[in-house]
Design a protein around this ligand. Structure first.
Ligand code: SF4
Length: 347
């Protein structure tokens, strides 16, 4: 194992706190620059994501590691394929959980390892797919496999029992935000077995706006108010669409682990992060910030949240107001929460 790690020479990075989109604090990248070179990418090079610090060695076993969030783990050149497999073998051997984001179809070759992760609920695979339109995809992410191929791979993984979903990140206003096309993409992904659909808006890198596909619509990006309104409409459309299709717009957190004293904290913090995200989408920034702060506090707790609830000591935790206290009590005591039901968040 040690030798393989030396051959691959991955970069291990950490955030100060958990990333609540992919549920990891730690990330591994194999390449200093992503091989797919999508023209809209704003994380294409090492160091382009703020808040990531390089660390030596791997974190302690049982941590969730993000793979391919900065640069894709799977290289289009077959001669590099061994690298991804080596990383997975090492992480599997150390009982880490893994959240992979990829545009690759090569991941199919590691199905045997992915099955082993999935057997313990320790894996999430998210395929980045912005559009089903092959011409648009060829224009903006020409070195990645076509969207249809990525969905085929999703289907293969899904049939093998691997929890997988898609990320429409970013939705590019005026280029990939056609409603019929977004609905077609979501339904097709669902048909192929996607268990979640992430989506996000887009803050363009300036070089992208110079690309030919953007010439026609560049004026929209010069008018922040119009751009914000456009994204607001897309968000509402996507929330309604995903509710109608009953697909979560969040990745379920990987296995909450053994029923130790931190078990309930992981479950509660997942739901608090979910509520924070819904408030963010529904444009309630203060509520969103409150729930996110509480989620971090609970996630970082060393003691048992269940015992804190039973001893009625929740109010002593910084940032937990009576409304959040009620949500936490509901989740711990009843496994459900009225606010989640109102927001149509599945527990
Ligand atoms: S695959 Fe992802 S990380 Fe790589 S260039 Fe494209 S958007 Fe960026």
């Amino acid at each position: 194992m040690q030798n393989r790690m030396q051959i691959v020479s991955p970069f291990v990075m950490s955030l100060n706190r958990i990333d609540h989109w992919y549920w990891c604090r730690y990330f591994i990248d194999v390449y200093p620059e992503c091989p797919y070179r999508c023209s809209y990418c704003n994380t294409i090079r090492m160091g382009s994501v703020r808040g990531l610090n390089y660390i030596r060695g791997l974190p302690k076993g049982g941590s969730t590691i993000g793979l391919g969030l900065v640069s894709d783990l799977y290289h289009p050149e077959p001669k590099h394929n061994r690298a991804a497999r080596s990383v997975l073998e090492i992480l599997l051997g150390r009982n880490h959980q893994v959240s992979i984001q990829t545009k690759s179809t090569t991941i199919e070759r590691d199905l045997d390892l992915l099955r082993q992760f999935a057997a313990t609920g320790s894996l999430r695979v998210t395929f980045s797919v912005l559009t089903l339109d092959p011409r648009i995809a060829a224009n903006i992410e020409g070195q990645a496999p076509a969207p249809e191929q990525r969905l085929n791979t999703l289907s293969i993984l899904s049939e093998a029992g691997i929890p997988a979903g898609i990320a429409i990140t970013p939705i590019v206003p005026s280029l990939t935000d056609n409603r019929q096309e977004l609905a077609r993409l979501v339904r097709e992904a669902k048909r192929r077995g996607a268990r979640w659909v992430l989506f996000s808006g887009y803050t363009p890198v300036s070089s992208f706006l110079q690309e030919p596909p953007m010439h026609r619509v560049r004026a929209l990006y010069d008018n922040q108010k119009r751009l914000d309104n456009r994204y607001r409409e897309i968000k509402r459309f996507m929330i309604d669409l995903l509710r109608e299709e009953e697909i979560p717009l969040r990745i379920p957190r990987p296995n909450p682990g053994p029923p130790d004293q931190r078990y309930h904290a992981r479950i509660v913090s997942e739901q608090l992060f979910n509520i924070a995200y819904y408030h963010e989408l529904l444009e309630s920034p203060i509520e969103s910030a409150r729930f996110r702060r509480a989620a971090h506090q609970i996630n970082d707790l060393d003691s048992s949240i269940k015992s804190i609830v039973f001893r009625k000591k929740l109010g002593y935790i910084k940032g937990i107001n009576p409304e959040i206290e009620k949500v936490i009590e509901d989740i711990v005591m009843n496994g459900s929460c009225t606010l989640c039901e109102n927001l149509k968040i599945k527990l």
